[in-house]
Design a protein around this ligand. Structure first.
Ligand code: F58
Length: 837
């Protein structure tokens, strides 16, 4: 207390403690940081030094709010949302932080005064690619909205030393390069070596009777490691709330080093350290679960255990017993990757905190909630029981006990129905037994949700049907959303200025306000400005294409873009079939009247996914031919833009005229790129899949190019027997396209290269490209026609933006808060002193 009183006298006014927001304040702090954090003087400062100095200048302003926020949460003992996710695709931090702090313009001016361009520094920044796709990016948007809505929250995850690989294209093929995002240091994280829970792995269990005569279990591990907390502050938009993302980095536990040293085994001690650190070395780059990969299971358990121990530590700072744990916390499981948390919380409560099983279960099953992100049966995670027994022997016992009690209930509810029992069981029986993580998540959670209306309905009817029959009240839909701050305000400053000039500046935190734009659709001056913004954005992206890919594209042509992970169900190859169809038409009649289009693709293929990599090769091979053909005369251009990531995405969405959302109906859970495109004024050509259905409902069917089979029709055709070869024989244009690929025309006469792709389409066509081909081509023909009526196109584009308010991540988070989390905002004031009054 003495020291606190002394510290309290150290009042410093706002400006001195690195808070000021004027151009002058920012300039001074920048120069000071150049000296004190980079150790440089201006004449020798590199771009990296300048970036570091700006980042620290911004970080200082975040830290004040971060401290004020944690103090407010501490004082109010607030109920807290825990977002547990194996992936957070946070994107570059500088621009977003400047926007959310409201000092973007001041910073730009301050740097300009010093002869530096903020744009150059933003372009220099690298991003932590700690996620592989939509699921990780959704987590990042949700954390941003949680802070903006002033909701107490901690995001917990893994600090991978290497994130998702960087993609290069070499001779048309994807080449993966390691992502060394920490190479030059990372100014946004604060490492807290003193927050370092221990995590056990392997070994065996011992059952014993304690001093009170109760049956207890001890886990004797054969490895112990340590998680070190690496924190990132996450500031909300135009509020003081700065929440925390805490990522765990694995290190060797010190006690183990000592043991080895004691017996003189220096080598083993060091080896132990290397092996321990491996756990958080690299993100698995696949878009399907890594069945049976020991390291992946260890990663999942590692971060979940660290996080739960950390939550308990924080909780016990204020409380004596853990009986109200579920009132303090609600834990959202971002898919099943953290589902082991159900068993781990049971273990911590029962084994380590000596709670009764029943009470522990009551707490656990009232703490967790589970979001499912996929309908693909092959993407449901399961782990071999043998692997579980080896790595997590105690958890396997706990899972068996949860299952025993659960199946007893099932048998009461469905007497003599062993089929039900088998479907619901946490264990899949068979030659090799598996632990089913989705079943564990469902049993251990009080709420279960899908990520778009159609997806939730299909979940209830298919993969989670038996759980829905058992507990319909647990299920709800939470359609995804995206952050308008990152994907409009930061990514599309031109559009932001135009919108704000018409409807004021409150729309970024109340996206429904965009509706007010509807009143300007008939204003031709406004439509012209709207078109001009798009043209500028296209010019900006065209320059990036020129610099990075070496292809000249015309910003006046329609930018038709498909960016997302490369996967057969997402059907990038259907897009190619359309491109080749147009090419064949031009070759037949070079003088034809063709709407000029630039087709742009981007996205990473899982390194081991042969067919996805072949699709990338096909895109590049088709590009080589078409871009050079004088008959085409530049009216069609095809570009594969390498290394699609959050940073590139910010330039891509604003430049699109047409958004390709063409997955087989019933396969894409939601999609979020579809929302980002439409919010930036692109029109969509899409199937009735995922959130496309709701986007179309919102923007109006007349402003959306729909095509293809519905999910129901896909299902029906499959059961009735679908023959892709019949479609091929029936449609001459399709035949022309497939035959051209097959002939080796795009592969310098090599008829083998694309054979696996052609074969798989002709013989199986699992994702029904041929069934949707005709309807897709007709849809594209409608698009080409529509683009020629420029005034009408602008109208549709404006209406898309005006009606997309629903897809703000703020709306999604409000729904989670109300229906699942039952949590209230906590308003944060920033005081001018660090200490309590
Ligand atoms: C995606 N899933 C869905 N998984 O595919 C997409 O429809 C949805 O919009 C998005 O989640 C957000 O809800 C997805 O991105 C992964 O990346 C997993 C990572 C771990 C391995 C398995 C895939």
């Amino acid at each position: 207390m003495g020291i606190l009183t002394k510290w309290n006298t150290c009042r410093v006014d706002g400006d001195q403690i690195r808070m000021g927001n004027t151009v002058e304040d920012i300039k001074c702090d920048f120069v000071e940081n150049l000296f004190c954090t980079q150790g440089k003087f201006p004449e020798v400062a590199t771009i990296n030094d300048c970036y570091g100095a700006v980042a620290h200048t911004v970080r200082n302003r975040l830290l004040h709010r971060w401290i004020a926020t944690s103090r407010a949460y501490y004082e109010k003992a607030s109920r807290t949302v825990i977002y547990l996710s194996a992936e957070f695709l946070m994107g570059p931090q500088l621009g977003k932080n400047l926007i959310n702090l409201g000092i973007y313009e001041q910073a730009r001016e301050a740097l300009a005064d010093l002869g530096l361009a903020l744009e150059d520094i933003l372009a220099y920044e690298t991003e932590p690619g700690l996620g592989s796709g939509g699921l990780g990016r959704l987590a990042a948007c949700y954390l941003e909205s949680l802070a903006t809505l002033e909701i107490p929250c901690i995001g917990y995850g893994v600090r991978y030393e290497f994130g998702i690989f960087q993609q290069k294209i070499d001779n048309g093929w994807q080449v993966e390069m390691s992502d060394r995002w920490l190479r030059l240091g990372y100014p946004w994280e604060i490492v807290r070596p003193e927050i370092a829970p221990e995590v056990k792995l392997g070994g065996h269990t011992e059952h014993y009777t304690d001093e009170l005569g109760r049956q207890r279990v001890r886990w004797i591990p054969d490895r112990v490691l340590m998680g070190v907390a690496c924190d990132m502050p996450l500031i909300g938009y135009a509020v003081n709330t700065a929440n925390m993302l805490r990522l765990w980095k694995a290190e060797a536990a010190r006690s183990f080093d000592f043991q080895a040293f004691n017996v003189g085994d220096y080598y083993r001690a060091v080896h132990e350290k290397v092996v321990s650190e491996n756990i958080t070395k690299v993100l698995y780059p696949n878009d399907e679960p890594a069945v049976g990969k020991q390291l992946r299971l260890e990663q999942q358990y590692f971060f979940v255990s660290c996080s739960l121990q950390d939550m308990i530590r924080i909780y016990l700072q204020r409380k004596e017993s853990l009986h109200e744990f579920h009132e303090k916390y609600v834990i959202q499981l971002n898919d099943t990757h953290p589902a082991i948390g159900v068993a781990e919380l049971m273990r911590l409560l029962v084994d380590e905190h000596r709670m009764d099983w029943e009470q522990a279960w009551d707490i656990t099953s009232n703490t967790f909630a589970y979001t499912n992100h996929t309908l693909l049966p092959e993407a449901l995670e399961k782990w071999p029981v043998s692997l579980f027994a080896k790595i997590l022997p105690r958890h396997l016992e706990i899972i068996y006990e949860i299952n025993r009690r659960f199946l007893d209930q099932v048998r009461v509810r469905y007497p003599w129905n062993e089929e039900k029992v088998q479907d619901l069981s946490l264990i899949e029986e068979g030659h090799e037994k598996y632990v089913r993580m989705a079943n564990l998540a469902c049993v251990g959670s009080k709420a279960i949700n899908g990520v778009a209306a159609l997806h939730t309905e299909l979940l209830k009817q298919t993969v989670l049907k038996h759980f829905h029959d058992l507990w319909p009240e647990k299920f709800s839909n939470k359609t995804n959303g995206v952050s308008p701050r990152r994907f409009i305000v930061l990514g599309n400053p031109g559009l932001t200025r135009l919108i704000t000039s018409k409807i004021g500046d409150t729309w970024p935190r109340d996206l429904g306000e965009l509706r007010k734009l509807e009143q300007y659709v008939d204003d031709s001056g406004f439509r012209d400005q709207w078109r001009q913004v798009k043209l500028t954005n296209k010019g900006r992206f065209a320059a990036m294409i020129r610099d990075q890919v070496g292809i000249e594209v015309d910003p006046e042509s329609m930018f038709d873009i498909q960016v997302k992970r490369i996967h057969e169900y997402k059907r990038q190859h259907l897009n190619i079939l359309h491109i080749i169809t147009l090419y064949n038409r031009v070759k037949r009649d070079p003088g034809m009247d063709l709407t000029p289009r630039t087709f742009i693709f981007g996205g990473k293929a899982a390194p081991g996914y042969f067919m996805a990599k072949l699709i990338i090769k096909l895109i590049n091979s088709v590009a080589d031919v078409i871009n050079k053909d004088p008959d085409v005369g530049g009216r069609l251009r095809v570009v594969f833009f390498p290394d699609f990531n959050v940073k590139n995405a910010q330039y891509i969405y604003p430049a699109a005229d047409l958004s390709e959302q063409i997955s087989t109906a019933g396969k894409e859970a939601s999609g979020t790129g579809n929302m980002k495109f439409s919010l930036n004024g692109a029109l969509t050509i899409g199937t009735l899949d995922g959130a496309n259905v709701e986007i179309r409902e919102e923007v109006g069917a007349e402003n959306f190019f729909v095509f293809g089979l519905t999910a129901e029709e896909v299902c029906r055709q499959k059961t009735e027997g679908y023959s892709p070869r019949n479609s091929y024989l029936e449609h001459p244009e399709l035949r022309g396209v497939i035959d051209l690929i097959d002939s080796g025309f795009f592969s310098h006469g090599d008829q083998d290269l694309f054979k696996p792709l052609v074969r798989s389409l002709l013989e199986y066509d699992e994702y029904m490209l041929f069934a949707d081909y005709l309807s897709y081509i007709e849809g594209q023909d409608r698009v080409s026609l529509a683009y020629r009526d420029e005034q009408h196109w602008q109208r549709m584009s404006i209406l898309n933006v005006a009606r997309m308010g629903k897809f703000s991540s703020d709306r999604a988070i409000k729904e989670y808060c109300k229906d699942i989390w039952h949590v209230q905002p906590v308003h944060v004031e920033v005081r001018e002193t660090f200490m309590a009054e």
